[in-house]
Ligand binder design. Structure first.
Ligand SMILES: Cc1ncc(COP(=O)(O)O)c(C=O)c1O
Length: 230
């Protein structure tokens, strides 16, 4: 009888095991507190649990529109306007995803074409590189230098080329917690203003920021004062 190997060949053979899996396994092995991965040891907000239970009990079990349910997109537009003074269009500017990793993957695969170059700042969240590689792009990495983990803008300018398509930034930054200052955004703008380059801004820690001088965002409104949007 012919034996078939049903394991498909990996499209990312050099990928290896992510640092999240490695560190979580070590934490478990040594019975240590697992800081590398987001494992909150507290429950989610009570009002969110109640809203979830309410909608489950009301039979909300249908597919959502591709871009997300309308009241949620309206609430995101409202929050963005309140915090940043810019109101995104609920139909063309907002897409709801199941977490940031899906949004990052969708954005990278939508923008990056064969041979395009993508700049990211290392250490970086390890789902950027595989998405760039699967899209046929070439990742150009810039090392953030300790102790401040700030961007060397001269090195950044030297890395730009006619193939640069995308720059991925992450602030507040994981794992250093560095927040970009106005001067960083100005330097970035100066470097790319004349080029057709897209920015992908990963701000998953936007509200975990304790330094008002460097913070890109205002604090999150208290959940207790927020009215249920849906
Ligand atoms: C910088 C950064 N972006 C995105 C993510 C993942 O976000 P999500 O869990 O919403 O997919 C992480 C998780 O560690 C991260 O560190």
């Amino acid at each position: 009888m012919t034996q078939h190997n049903l394991t498909p060949e990996s499209k990312l053979p050099a990928l290896g095991t992510t640092i999240f899996t490695q560190m979580s396994a070590l934490a478990q092995q040594h019975n240590a507190i697992n800081l590398p991965q987001g494992f909150p040891d507290f429950d989610g907000p009570r009002y969110l649990q109640e809203r979830l239970a309410y909608h489950v009990s009301q039979g909300a079990n249908q597919y959502a529109p591709m871009t997300g349910v309308l009241p949620l997109r309206e609430a995101i537009a409202e929050k963005t306007a309140e915090l940043y003074g810019y109101r995104p269009d609920i139909n063309s500017d907002i897409t709801v995803t199941a977490g940031a990793t899906e949004a990052l993957y969708a954005a990278i695969t939508a923008l990056v074409r064969q041979g395009d170059e993508v700049i990211c700042f290392d250490p970086s969240y390890d789902s950027y590189a595989p998405a760039v590689e699967l899209s046929g792009g070439v990742l150009k990495r810039i090392a953030l230098q300790p102790p401040g983990f700030r961007v060397d803008w001269t090195a950044f300018a030297a890395l730009l080329s006619s193939k640069t398509r995308l720059v991925i930034l992450n602030a507040p930054h994981n794992p250093s917690a560095t927040v970009w200052r106005q001067a960083d955004f100005a330097a970035l703008w100066q470097a790319i203003a004349d080029r057709e380059i897209y920015m992908l801004s990963d701000e998953v820690y936007e509200h975990i920021c304790f330094d008002e001088t460097g913070c890109a965002s205002a604090p999150l409104p208290s959940p207790r004062s927020a009215k249920p949007f849906i």
